[in-house]
Design a protein around this ligand. Structure first.
Ligand SMILES: C=C(O[C@@H]1C=C(C(=O)O)C=C[C@H]1O)C(=O)O
Length: 365
Protein backbone atom coordinates (compact mmCIF):
# COMPACT_ATOMS: atom_id res chain seq x y z
CA UNK A 1 0.00 0.00 0.00
CA UNK A 2 1.45 3.37 -0.93
CA UNK A 3 1.03 6.19 1.54
CA UNK A 4 -2.45 7.64 1.22
CA UNK A 5 -2.83 11.42 0.95
CA UNK A 6 -3.76 11.89 4.56
CA UNK A 7 -2.86 15.49 5.07
CA UNK A 8 -6.02 16.68 6.72
CA UNK A 9 -6.06 16.25 10.46
CA UNK A 10 -9.64 16.39 11.65
CA UNK A 11 -10.63 20.06 11.94
CA UNK A 12 -7.17 21.37 12.65
CA UNK A 13 -3.65 20.40 13.55
CA UNK A 14 -4.60 20.49 17.22
CA UNK A 15 -2.68 18.07 19.30
CA UNK A 16 -3.42 16.17 21.41
CA UNK A 17 -6.91 15.27 20.21
CA UNK A 18 -8.94 14.27 23.27
CA UNK A 19 -11.96 11.98 23.11
CA UNK A 20 -13.72 11.16 26.37
CA UNK A 21 -17.07 9.84 27.50
CA UNK A 22 -18.75 6.68 28.69
CA UNK A 23 -18.10 3.24 27.31
CA UNK A 24 -21.87 2.91 26.75
CA UNK A 25 -24.69 5.37 26.90
CA UNK A 26 -26.95 3.77 29.49
CA UNK A 27 -29.53 6.52 29.99
CA UNK A 28 -29.95 10.21 29.29
CA UNK A 29 -29.20 11.10 32.91
CA UNK A 30 -26.04 8.94 33.09
CA UNK A 31 -24.82 10.58 29.87
CA UNK A 32 -25.71 14.11 30.98
CA UNK A 33 -24.18 13.71 34.45
CA UNK A 34 -20.96 12.32 32.99
CA UNK A 35 -20.63 15.20 30.55
CA UNK A 36 -21.46 17.80 33.17
CA UNK A 37 -18.52 16.50 35.18
CA UNK A 38 -16.12 16.97 32.27
CA UNK A 39 -14.44 20.21 31.28
CA UNK A 40 -15.80 20.22 27.74
CA UNK A 41 -13.33 22.90 26.65
CA UNK A 42 -10.62 20.25 26.96
CA UNK A 43 -12.48 17.53 25.05
CA UNK A 44 -12.68 17.50 21.24
CA UNK A 45 -15.22 14.69 20.89
CA UNK A 46 -17.52 13.01 23.34
CA UNK A 47 -17.59 9.27 22.90
CA UNK A 48 -20.51 7.04 23.78
CA UNK A 49 -21.26 3.45 22.85
CA UNK A 50 -24.65 2.96 21.20
CA UNK A 51 -24.05 -0.65 20.15
CA UNK A 52 -21.60 -2.75 22.14
CA UNK A 53 -20.09 -5.88 20.62
CA UNK A 54 -19.54 -8.16 23.62
CA UNK A 55 -17.58 -11.35 23.96
CA UNK A 56 -20.46 -13.36 25.46
CA UNK A 57 -24.17 -13.09 24.71
CA UNK A 58 -26.32 -11.89 27.57
CA UNK A 59 -23.94 -9.07 28.51
CA UNK A 60 -25.23 -5.52 28.13
CA UNK A 61 -25.08 -4.82 24.40
CA UNK A 62 -25.86 -1.10 24.32
CA UNK A 63 -29.18 0.75 24.20
CA UNK A 64 -29.27 1.06 20.41
CA UNK A 65 -30.85 3.81 18.33
CA UNK A 66 -32.86 5.36 21.19
CA UNK A 67 -29.59 6.54 22.74
CA UNK A 68 -29.19 8.99 19.84
CA UNK A 69 -32.28 10.83 21.09
CA UNK A 70 -30.54 11.29 24.46
CA UNK A 71 -27.34 12.38 22.74
CA UNK A 72 -29.22 15.03 20.78
CA UNK A 73 -31.03 16.26 23.90
CA UNK A 74 -27.76 16.61 25.82
CA UNK A 75 -26.10 18.20 22.76
CA UNK A 76 -28.81 20.92 22.82
CA UNK A 77 -27.87 21.70 26.40
CA UNK A 78 -24.07 21.35 26.31
CA UNK A 79 -22.98 21.45 22.67
CA UNK A 80 -20.29 18.93 21.65
CA UNK A 81 -19.28 16.69 18.77
CA UNK A 82 -20.31 13.09 19.22
CA UNK A 83 -18.23 10.02 18.41
CA UNK A 84 -19.40 6.42 18.35
CA UNK A 85 -18.50 2.96 17.08
CA UNK A 86 -20.15 1.44 14.02
CA UNK A 87 -20.03 -2.28 13.26
CA UNK A 88 -22.50 -2.64 10.39
CA UNK A 89 -23.97 -0.70 7.48
CA UNK A 90 -27.15 -0.23 9.50
CA UNK A 91 -25.16 1.40 12.30
CA UNK A 92 -23.53 3.70 9.73
CA UNK A 93 -26.89 4.80 8.34
CA UNK A 94 -28.34 5.47 11.79
CA UNK A 95 -25.22 7.29 13.02
CA UNK A 96 -25.05 9.53 9.92
CA UNK A 97 -28.79 10.23 10.07
CA UNK A 98 -28.39 11.34 13.69
CA UNK A 99 -25.50 13.71 13.03
CA UNK A 100 -22.56 11.82 14.55
CA UNK A 101 -19.37 13.90 14.30
CA UNK A 102 -16.84 11.06 14.26
CA UNK A 103 -17.14 7.33 13.77
CA UNK A 104 -14.79 4.52 14.56
CA UNK A 105 -14.54 0.92 13.50
CA UNK A 106 -13.88 -1.37 16.46
CA UNK A 107 -11.19 -3.99 16.92
CA UNK A 108 -13.59 -6.88 16.43
CA UNK A 109 -14.71 -5.42 13.10
CA UNK A 110 -11.23 -4.54 11.80
CA UNK A 111 -10.35 -8.25 11.87
CA UNK A 112 -12.99 -8.97 9.23
CA UNK A 113 -12.30 -7.54 5.74
CA UNK A 114 -15.85 -8.41 4.59
CA UNK A 115 -17.40 -6.25 7.31
CA UNK A 116 -14.89 -3.47 6.77
CA UNK A 117 -15.62 -3.43 3.03
CA UNK A 118 -19.37 -3.16 3.60
CA UNK A 119 -18.91 -0.36 6.13
CA UNK A 120 -16.47 1.44 3.82
CA UNK A 121 -19.05 1.34 1.04
CA UNK A 122 -21.77 2.65 3.35
CA UNK A 123 -19.42 5.50 4.27
CA UNK A 124 -18.43 6.28 0.67
CA UNK A 125 -17.39 9.91 0.26
CA UNK A 126 -18.29 11.05 3.81
CA UNK A 127 -16.37 13.99 5.13
CA UNK A 128 -16.51 13.25 8.84
CA UNK A 129 -13.48 11.68 10.56
CA UNK A 130 -13.44 7.89 10.57
CA UNK A 131 -11.02 6.11 12.90
CA UNK A 132 -9.97 2.49 12.70
CA UNK A 133 -9.04 0.62 15.86
CA UNK A 134 -6.32 -1.99 15.53
CA UNK A 135 -7.54 -5.56 14.98
CA UNK A 136 -7.69 -7.71 18.13
CA UNK A 137 -4.80 -9.85 16.90
CA UNK A 138 -1.39 -8.29 16.34
CA UNK A 139 -1.62 -8.03 12.57
CA UNK A 140 -0.46 -4.74 11.09
CA UNK A 141 -1.57 -5.61 7.57
CA UNK A 142 -5.21 -6.10 8.64
CA UNK A 143 -5.10 -2.66 10.25
CA UNK A 144 -3.59 -1.11 7.11
CA UNK A 145 -6.03 -3.08 4.94
CA UNK A 146 -9.03 -1.57 6.71
CA UNK A 147 -7.65 1.96 6.23
CA UNK A 148 -6.99 1.18 2.58
CA UNK A 149 -10.55 -0.07 2.04
CA UNK A 150 -11.92 3.18 3.46
CA UNK A 151 -9.57 5.25 1.37
CA UNK A 152 -10.65 3.42 -1.77
CA UNK A 153 -14.22 4.43 -0.92
CA UNK A 154 -13.09 8.04 -0.81
CA UNK A 155 -13.19 8.30 2.99
CA UNK A 156 -10.18 10.56 3.38
CA UNK A 157 -10.53 12.02 6.85
CA UNK A 158 -9.00 8.96 8.45
CA UNK A 159 -7.32 8.15 11.73
CA UNK A 160 -6.22 5.13 13.75
CA UNK A 161 -6.71 4.11 17.37
CA UNK A 162 -4.36 1.82 19.24
CA UNK A 163 -6.27 -0.26 21.81
CA UNK A 164 -3.81 -3.09 22.39
CA UNK A 165 -3.79 -6.71 21.24
CA UNK A 166 -4.92 -10.06 22.52
CA UNK A 167 -1.86 -12.25 22.93
CA UNK A 168 -1.12 -15.47 24.75
CA UNK A 169 1.70 -13.91 26.71
CA UNK A 170 1.07 -13.14 30.39
CA UNK A 171 0.54 -9.44 30.78
CA UNK A 172 -0.64 -7.00 33.40
CA UNK A 173 -2.73 -5.39 30.67
CA UNK A 174 -6.16 -6.40 29.41
CA UNK A 175 -4.74 -6.03 25.89
CA UNK A 176 -0.98 -6.07 25.41
CA UNK A 177 0.21 -2.75 23.98
CA UNK A 178 2.92 -4.07 21.58
CA UNK A 179 3.85 -0.42 20.95
CA UNK A 180 6.06 -1.32 17.98
CA UNK A 181 2.95 -2.11 15.88
CA UNK A 182 1.32 1.36 16.06
CA UNK A 183 4.81 2.85 15.71
CA UNK A 184 5.26 0.94 12.46
CA UNK A 185 1.86 2.16 11.26
CA UNK A 186 2.91 5.72 12.10
CA UNK A 187 6.23 5.34 10.26
CA UNK A 188 4.36 4.29 7.14
CA UNK A 189 1.65 6.95 7.46
CA UNK A 190 3.19 9.91 9.28
CA UNK A 191 0.19 12.15 8.56
CA UNK A 192 -2.41 9.72 9.86
CA UNK A 193 -3.66 10.89 13.27
CA UNK A 194 -2.92 8.10 15.73
CA UNK A 195 -4.74 8.02 19.06
CA UNK A 196 -4.22 5.74 22.03
CA UNK A 197 -7.07 4.13 23.94
CA UNK A 198 -5.47 3.45 27.34
CA UNK A 199 -8.80 2.24 28.77
CA UNK A 200 -8.91 -0.90 26.61
CA UNK A 201 -5.18 -1.52 26.84
CA UNK A 202 -5.12 -1.23 30.62
CA UNK A 203 -8.44 -2.78 31.50
CA UNK A 204 -8.16 -1.19 34.93
CA UNK A 205 -8.16 2.38 36.18
CA UNK A 206 -4.79 2.17 37.89
CA UNK A 207 -2.99 1.70 34.55
CA UNK A 208 -4.61 4.55 32.59
CA UNK A 209 -2.21 7.34 33.64
CA UNK A 210 1.03 5.50 32.86
CA UNK A 211 -0.34 4.29 29.50
CA UNK A 212 -1.54 7.77 28.54
CA UNK A 213 1.85 9.27 29.37
CA UNK A 214 3.60 6.52 27.43
CA UNK A 215 1.47 7.36 24.38
CA UNK A 216 2.37 11.06 24.69
CA UNK A 217 6.07 10.13 25.02
CA UNK A 218 5.78 8.10 21.80
CA UNK A 219 4.29 11.10 19.95
CA UNK A 220 0.73 9.80 19.64
CA UNK A 221 -1.69 12.47 18.42
CA UNK A 222 -4.23 12.05 21.18
CA UNK A 223 -6.20 9.89 23.58
CA UNK A 224 -9.59 8.23 23.79
CA UNK A 225 -10.46 7.61 27.44
CA UNK A 226 -13.60 6.02 28.88
CA UNK A 227 -15.21 8.16 31.57
CA UNK A 228 -18.36 7.45 33.55
CA UNK A 229 -20.15 9.30 36.34
CA UNK A 230 -20.30 6.11 38.44
CA UNK A 231 -17.74 3.68 37.01
CA UNK A 232 -18.23 0.93 39.58
CA UNK A 233 -21.86 0.59 38.56
CA UNK A 234 -21.31 0.99 34.81
CA UNK A 235 -23.07 -1.61 32.68
CA UNK A 236 -19.90 -2.27 30.66
CA UNK A 237 -16.16 -1.91 31.24
CA UNK A 238 -16.68 -0.92 34.88
CA UNK A 239 -13.10 -1.59 35.97
CA UNK A 240 -11.49 0.68 33.41
CA UNK A 241 -13.65 3.82 33.31
CA UNK A 242 -12.55 6.97 35.10
CA UNK A 243 -14.82 9.39 36.91
CA UNK A 244 -14.95 12.82 35.23
CA UNK A 245 -12.90 14.20 38.16
CA UNK A 246 -10.22 11.52 37.78
CA UNK A 247 -10.14 12.23 34.05
CA UNK A 248 -9.62 15.95 34.77
CA UNK A 249 -6.72 15.07 37.08
CA UNK A 250 -5.28 12.77 34.41
CA UNK A 251 -5.31 15.58 31.81
CA UNK A 252 -3.67 17.95 34.29
CA UNK A 253 -0.96 15.44 35.13
CA UNK A 254 0.02 14.56 31.56
CA UNK A 255 3.18 16.00 30.08
CA UNK A 256 2.55 16.71 26.42
CA UNK A 257 5.66 16.26 24.27
CA UNK A 258 6.58 18.29 21.23
CA UNK A 259 7.22 16.58 17.95
CA UNK A 260 10.42 18.60 17.52
CA UNK A 261 12.06 21.63 19.10
CA UNK A 262 13.08 25.03 17.72
CA UNK A 263 15.74 25.42 20.40
CA UNK A 264 19.06 25.72 18.56
CA UNK A 265 21.20 24.38 21.41
CA UNK A 266 18.98 21.34 21.70
CA UNK A 267 19.13 20.69 17.95
CA UNK A 268 22.94 21.08 17.89
CA UNK A 269 23.32 18.64 20.77
CA UNK A 270 20.95 16.25 19.03
CA UNK A 271 23.13 16.39 15.89
CA UNK A 272 26.29 15.71 17.91
CA UNK A 273 24.79 12.71 19.71
CA UNK A 274 23.34 11.38 16.44
CA UNK A 275 26.79 11.52 14.83
CA UNK A 276 28.10 9.46 17.73
CA UNK A 277 25.25 7.01 17.23
CA UNK A 278 26.14 6.80 13.51
CA UNK A 279 29.72 5.96 14.47
CA UNK A 280 28.59 3.32 17.00
CA UNK A 281 26.32 1.80 14.33
CA UNK A 282 29.24 1.60 11.88
CA UNK A 283 31.23 -0.27 14.53
CA UNK A 284 28.32 -2.63 15.19
CA UNK A 285 28.02 -3.39 11.46
CA UNK A 286 31.77 -3.94 11.10
CA UNK A 287 31.70 -6.34 14.05
CA UNK A 288 28.74 -8.23 12.52
CA UNK A 289 30.56 -8.41 9.16
CA UNK A 290 33.67 -9.82 10.89
CA UNK A 291 31.57 -12.41 12.73
CA UNK A 292 29.75 -13.49 9.58
CA UNK A 293 32.97 -13.89 7.60
CA UNK A 294 34.21 -16.22 10.37
CA UNK A 295 30.92 -18.09 10.10
CA UNK A 296 31.52 -18.56 6.37
CA UNK A 297 34.99 -19.90 7.13
CA UNK A 298 33.64 -22.35 9.72
CA UNK A 299 30.99 -23.43 7.19
CA UNK A 300 33.62 -24.33 4.59
CA UNK A 301 35.64 -26.17 7.20
CA UNK A 302 32.62 -28.17 8.38
CA UNK A 303 31.63 -29.04 4.82
CA UNK A 304 35.15 -30.27 4.01
CA UNK A 305 34.97 -32.49 7.12
CA UNK A 306 31.38 -33.59 6.70
CA UNK A 307 30.17 -32.05 9.97
CA UNK A 308 26.64 -30.68 10.47
CA UNK A 309 25.92 -26.94 10.46
CA UNK A 310 23.77 -26.80 13.59
CA UNK A 311 25.78 -27.49 16.71
CA UNK A 312 23.42 -27.65 19.66
CA UNK A 313 25.93 -27.57 22.50
CA UNK A 314 27.84 -24.59 21.05
CA UNK A 315 24.59 -22.74 20.35
CA UNK A 316 23.36 -23.39 23.91
CA UNK A 317 26.63 -22.13 25.29
CA UNK A 318 26.32 -18.92 23.23
CA UNK A 319 22.70 -18.41 24.23
CA UNK A 320 23.76 -18.71 27.85
CA UNK A 321 27.03 -16.75 27.84
CA UNK A 322 26.15 -13.71 25.73
CA UNK A 323 23.23 -12.58 27.93
CA UNK A 324 25.56 -13.07 30.93
CA UNK A 325 28.24 -10.86 29.29
CA UNK A 326 25.48 -8.37 28.49
CA UNK A 327 24.59 -8.01 32.18
CA UNK A 328 28.08 -6.76 33.02
CA UNK A 329 27.66 -4.11 30.29
CA UNK A 330 24.29 -3.05 31.71
CA UNK A 331 22.43 -4.44 28.72
CA UNK A 332 19.06 -6.16 28.97
CA UNK A 333 19.85 -9.92 28.73
CA UNK A 334 16.51 -10.69 27.07
CA UNK A 335 17.26 -8.17 24.32
CA UNK A 336 20.68 -9.77 23.74
CA UNK A 337 19.17 -13.29 23.69
CA UNK A 338 16.74 -12.11 21.00
CA UNK A 339 19.53 -10.43 19.04
CA UNK A 340 21.59 -13.63 19.09
CA UNK A 341 18.63 -15.65 17.84
CA UNK A 342 18.65 -13.43 14.74
CA UNK A 343 22.43 -13.68 14.40
CA UNK A 344 22.31 -17.47 14.72
CA UNK A 345 19.58 -17.69 12.09
CA UNK A 346 21.72 -15.70 9.67
CA UNK A 347 24.77 -17.77 10.58
CA UNK A 348 22.93 -21.00 9.74
CA UNK A 349 21.67 -19.42 6.51
CA UNK A 350 25.19 -18.47 5.44
CA UNK A 351 26.59 -21.91 6.23
CA UNK A 352 23.70 -23.50 4.35
CA UNK A 353 24.60 -21.52 1.24
CA UNK A 354 28.25 -22.57 1.67
CA UNK A 355 27.10 -26.21 1.86
CA UNK A 356 24.93 -25.80 -1.24
CA UNK A 357 27.54 -24.05 -3.32
CA UNK A 358 28.66 -26.28 -6.17
CA UNK A 359 32.35 -27.12 -6.20
CA UNK A 360 34.33 -24.88 -8.53
CA UNK A 361 34.02 -26.62 -11.83
CA UNK A 362 37.01 -27.33 -14.02
CA UNK A 363 36.78 -25.58 -17.44
CA UNK A 364 36.39 -28.91 -19.31
CA UNK A 365 33.97 -30.60 -16.89
C1 LIG B 1 29.20 -21.10 13.76
C2 LIG B 1 28.78 -22.33 14.09
O1 LIG B 1 27.62 -22.91 13.55
C3 LIG B 1 26.30 -22.66 14.09
C4 LIG B 1 26.23 -21.24 14.38
C5 LIG B 1 26.67 -20.74 15.56
C6 LIG B 1 27.02 -19.29 15.70
O2 LIG B 1 26.74 -18.54 14.77
O3 LIG B 1 27.61 -18.92 16.72
C7 LIG B 1 26.81 -21.62 16.64
C8 LIG B 1 26.52 -22.94 16.54
C9 LIG B 1 26.07 -23.56 15.30
O4 LIG B 1 24.71 -23.88 15.44
C10 LIG B 1 29.53 -23.18 15.01
O5 LIG B 1 29.35 -24.41 14.95
O6 LIG B 1 30.32 -22.65 15.79
Amino acid sequence: MTNPPLHRRLDSDKKPIIIAGPCSIESQSQFLKTLKGLDLSKVDYIRGGIWKPRTRPGSFEGMGEVAFEWVKEVQKELGFKFATEVASTEHVDIALKNGAGLLWIGARTTVNPFNVQEIAEALRGVDLPVFVKNPINPDLSLWKGALERLLKCDVKNLGAIHRGFQTFQQSKYRNTPLWQIPMELKSEFPDLPLLCDPSHIGGKRSLIAELSQRAMDLDFDGLMVETHIDPDNALSDNAQQLTPDAFGLLLDSLIFRNHTSKNEDFNNQLDIIREQIDQADREILEAIATRLSLVEKIGTYKKDNNVAIFQISRWKEILHSRPEWAKSLNLDPEFIRELYRHIHQQSVRIQTSVFNKEQDKQPND
